[in-house]
Design a protein around this ligand. Structure first.
Ligand code: SF4
Length: 287
């Protein structure tokens, strides 16, 4: 029987038209953000569903609406409609949602769900209109307040990191109460064919700070690792007794109630983006 896992997110691009200082995936800090061709994403989708079914399956970014072929990707994924309970995407409300996307999302019926983050009229000028458009097409959609006094969760967590912060025992304690691990049951991000149970692992790995251990990630394109081994790893990601903590937790503040929240989507200036990219590049990290 095909196993079912909680949550997989195929990142379709790390390009973004916003330059958020606290971007959860460090998108503005890449000089050449990940933006593969559609055939690679189709194969990634096939390989993700070869491992199992999902409660939630997402295509996400970066800003996914920057992909002109986003509708084609959803069209392709329709073949897996019975293999996930919910298909989802999140957009930043800056770009108009095109008719071809609405047409394909309709084909998912009530299995598709769109979150539109609203960072205010300046950054998210299309948020409210996009939401009305989806609702009138019968597509489930949530307009998420990310800027008023009652914003979602009170703001963003600050996941910026440079150095190790915790002992192994401290990391285990943080992991036990971290919402990413416990509540979100690891929404496993997949970037460039690598599946990792926490976004922090990508930040740390790409910056050359800390590589995930073999049991902490799955290379979907490594055919020398049998499918059953990949499934075992997926099962272990949701088994606290088995995994106990991720190496990345030693660098991380964790995500839990009471954590200090920061204003979402504070924009870097182009000068700051250039400087940060230059600094990271000169350290030999982040292409
Ligand atoms: S790295 Fe941070 S966010 Fe990820 S599971 Fe560990 S404590 Fe949670």
């Amino acid at each position: 029987m095909t196993p079912k896992f909680p949550h997989a997110i195929v990142i379709v691009t790390l390009s973004c038209n916003m330059k958020c200082k606290l971007c959860i995936l460090d998108a503005p800090y890449y000089r050449k953000p990940f933006h593969p061709d559609i055939d690679f994403l189709k194969e990634t989708t096939d390989r993700t569903f070869a491992i199992g079914d999902y409660e939630i399956f997402e295509f996400n970014g970066g800003e996914p609406l920057l992909r002109g072929d986003f509708a084609e990707l959803f069209e392709y994924a329709l073949r897996y409609r019975d293999n996930a309970d919910i298909f989802k995407t999140v957009t930043n409300g800056s770009k108009e949602i095109r008719g071809d996307l609405i047409d394909v999302w309709k084909q998912y019926g009530d299995k598709f769900y769109c979150i539109i983050d609203n960072y205010g009229p300046k950054l998210s000028p299309c948020a409210e209109e996009n939401c009305s458009k989806l609702k009138s097409a019968g597509i489930p959609c949530e307009l998420r307040d990310m800027y008023s006094d009652s914003k979602h969760h009170g703001g963003w967590a600050d996941f910026r990191v440079d150095e190790i912060k915790h002992t192994v025992e401290e990391a285990k304690a943080i992991y036990l109460k971290c919402g990413q691990a416990q509540k979100l049951k690891h929404c496993c991000n997949i970037i460039n064919g690598l599946l990792m149970p926490c976004h922090m692992q990508f930040k740390l790995n790409d910056r050359g700070i800390c590589e995930p251990l073999p049991h902490e990630y799955i290379d979907l394109f490594d055919d020398s690792e049998p499918l059953e081994k990949k499934r075992e790893k997926m099962r272990n990601f949701t088994d606290i007794a088995e995994i106990q903590f991720l190496t990345a937790c030693r660098y991380c503040v964790g995500l839990y109630d009471g954590i200090e929240r920061a204003k979402p989507a504070v924009q870097l200036t182009s000068e700051e983006v250039k400087n940060m990219q230059r600094i990271r590049q000169s350290k030999g990290v982040l292409a």
